[in-house]
Design a protein around this ligand. Sequence first.
Ligand SMILES: [Zn+2]
Length: 159
Amino acid sequence: MGSVEGRVRKGAKVPDPGPGAEEAPWVMDLRGTGPSALAQVRGWARGLLVSLAPEHLSDVLMVVEELTANAYEHTDGPHCARLTALARPCLVVIEVDDPQRARPVVRQPDVTSLRGRGMQLVDRLADIWGVHENPEGKTVWARLGCGIPMRDSCDSPSG
Ligand SMILES: [Zn+2]
C-alpha cells in the first residue's frame, strides 16, 4: 500500500493511515473510565466524523464501539481511543490502546454467545485490522474505507 496521500482534516499531520500511525488528530482519553463511557466514545466519534456518509459512519461507529467494549471487557480498560480520518481515499483508522498484551480472538459465530462475536464483526466491517504492542500494552486498530472516489466521496462539499 505504501503511503496514502490525501487531504487531511483539521490541518493535522497524519503520517500513515496504516498500523503504527505515530500521531492522529483525535484522541479520547479513557483512563479510569468504565463501560458506561461507551456512549460518550460513540458520541465523540460521531461528532468528529460528521462528513462521512451514513453507511460509512455507521460501520465506523460499530467498530469504534466494539474495539472499546472489548478493551473494557477483556482488559483493565482502554487507555484511549484514537481516530484518524483521510478524505482521499475516504478512510478512517480507529485505534484503541489498552494495558494488556493478550490479543483479541476472532471466534466462530456462536448463536449462544453474544460476546466473542465482537472481533468477528470488526473483521467483517474493516478493510484490515491488527494488533501491535506498545510500551504500555497493545493497540488494536482497524481501517475502514468506503471505496467512494473523491469526487463522490462522503466528504462533504463544505468540508
Ligand atoms: Zn466514506
